[in-house]
Write a protein that binds this ligand. Structure first.
Ligand code: UD1
Length: 420
């Protein structure tokens, strides 16, 4: 198995182009199931999750052409007879569940393997299913598959989520675009990726009001057309690279992303000791002092601090001056990276959903194992600052969400390479 080797300790200096967002690409790709026309997407990252979604859409009868160099993806759902999302593909990626809503509303039948849990939590899909049931779907679970049917099509409904779910909000929005009548979603997720999905769907002819707020209204139309859409920048990849000079020192120039309201974690990074300068489409990130400051972080749905940036900021807190805390409110088991960071010399203790991080002077490079995508990124960041070689195993996690991470960091003076 390939491993990532980082010989740490150097200041970082250079320019990185931020890729298109993984978490925006995946649901937007499933929007292709809602139309017989072509959906053309620009700025699509070449990631294993994006390839898995392509495999899944292909298995559902979609013609696909992906120009990896130009990052352009053409999708056309040709054969609308297929309605099964097979376990062999779904098991690779939980986000596969998002094909349920669009397949069901367009084909009136869908069979999707249950995604199961993962290393960060049990991750049930009850909200997705209850929402679709409220819209008239007949759903049962058998033999590890969700069977859903809507013989007379789906109908608009008033759906109130008991708590915020990004995926359930996306599934219901997608289904509601072609349902008859009006669907309202209360307590909807407000994530920027939801806004990007709605913008793309509107270009396809969907009638949606309220994206980016907790109250959404979708009036179904009889058909949707093709569209061309450019995927937003990956705000989590952006945040990960912003944390590189925080942990390693130096400065970094980030291209391809803005500092808009979607980058809502900036204040916390400033509090830690980073400065940001925006000029000509580039963000310059500099660490103010030799040491970064301890901070307290509490994750929650947007506009709260993103859980997807929690492992990475923990790596940085591990070397901060003083004691930091993290309260993880989104996933029940998202601290698997802490023991690995401790093996590198960090001083982190976990009490339920809270992590207490006492800053240490130095990390040392040791072999470590990535348990999930963002945990892998946290170990890469720790490796940048560690003395000696950090050898990271479990790279399939990293490749789900970071395009060419080693060449991007190598361009900034990091001694990093992949080896078998
Ligand atoms: C999405 C993101 C993921 C991010 C997460 C939270 C994608 C592809 N993935 O995941 O990177 O970490 O949002 O920002 O965009 N839950 C239920 N029942 C449900 C649905 C969710 O109990 O039916 C729970 C989950 O277990 C979790 C919480 O709700 O504890 C939030 O999950 P959700 O927002 O749905 O995350 P995903 O959409 O899976």
């Amino acid at each position: 198995m390939a491993k990532l080797i980082i010989d740490g300790g150097n200041h970082i200096s250079g320019t990185i182009k931020v890729s298109g967002s993984k978490n925006a690409s995946l649901p937007i790709m499933t929007a292709s199931l809602l139309t017989d026309d072509e959906l053309l997407l620009n700025n699509v990252p070449n990631l294993s999750d994006v390839i898995t979604m392509q495999e899944l859409l292909f298995s559902l009868g979609t013609e696909i052409y992906f120009d990896k160099d130009l990052e352009v993806l053409n999708l056309r759902a040709k054969n609308s007879h297929n309605f099964t999302a097979d376990y062999e593909i779904v098991r690779k990626m939980r986000a596969s569940i998002i094909v349920l809503g669009p397949t069901l509303v367009k084909r009136r039948i869908a069979k999707v393997a249950l995604p199961g849990g993962c290393s960060i939590g049990s991750r049930p899909i009850d909200l997705h299913l209850k929402g679709l049931e409220a819209m008239g779907a007949n759903i049962y679970i058998d033999n590890g598959y969700v069977f859903a049917e809507a013989k007379n099509g789906l109908q608009g409904a008033a759906i109130k989520f008991p708590f915020v779910s990004v995926g359930a909000t996306q599934n219901i929005i997608l289904a509601a675009t072609l349902a008859s009548g009006r669907t309202t979603i209360s307590n909807a997720a407000c994530e920027p990726e939801i806004i990007d999905l709605c913008v793309c769907l509107r270009k396809m002819g969907a009638k949606i009001i309220g994206e980016g707020t907790k109250e959404l209204s979708i009036t179904g139309v009889s058909e949707l057309s093709g569209a061309t859409h450019t995927i937003m920048a990956d705000r989590i990849e952006l945040g990960t690279f912003m944390l590189a000079p925080a942990i390693a020192g130096g400065e970094i120039y980030l291209e391809g992303a803005g500092l808009g309201q979607e980058i809502n974690y900036i204040k916390k990074l400033e509090e830690m000791g980073l400065n940001f300068y925006k000029k000509d489409g580039t963000i310059r990130v500099v660490r103010r002092d030799d040491k970064i400051k301890a901070v307290d972080v509490s994750t929650s749905p947007f506009p709260g601090f993103p859980t997807d940036l929690q492992p990475q900021i923990m790596s940085v807190m591990g070397l901060a001056e003083g004691t930091s805390t993290i309260t993880e409110n989104v996933f029940e088991n998202r601290f698997m990276h802490a023991p690995e960071l401790n093996r590198m010399g960090a001083s982190i203790s976990i009490e339920g959903r809270k992590a207490i991080i006492s800053g240490v002077k130095q990390y040392r490079g040791v072999p470590v194992m990535a348990s999930d995508l963002r945990a892998a990124a946290s170990l890469v960041l720790a490796g940048l600052a560690a003395e000696g070689k950090t050898i990271i195993d479990g790279l399939h996690h990293l490749d789900r969400g970071y395009q060419n991470i080693e060449s991007k960091l190598a361009k900034c003076g990091v001694n990093i390479y992949r080896a078998d």
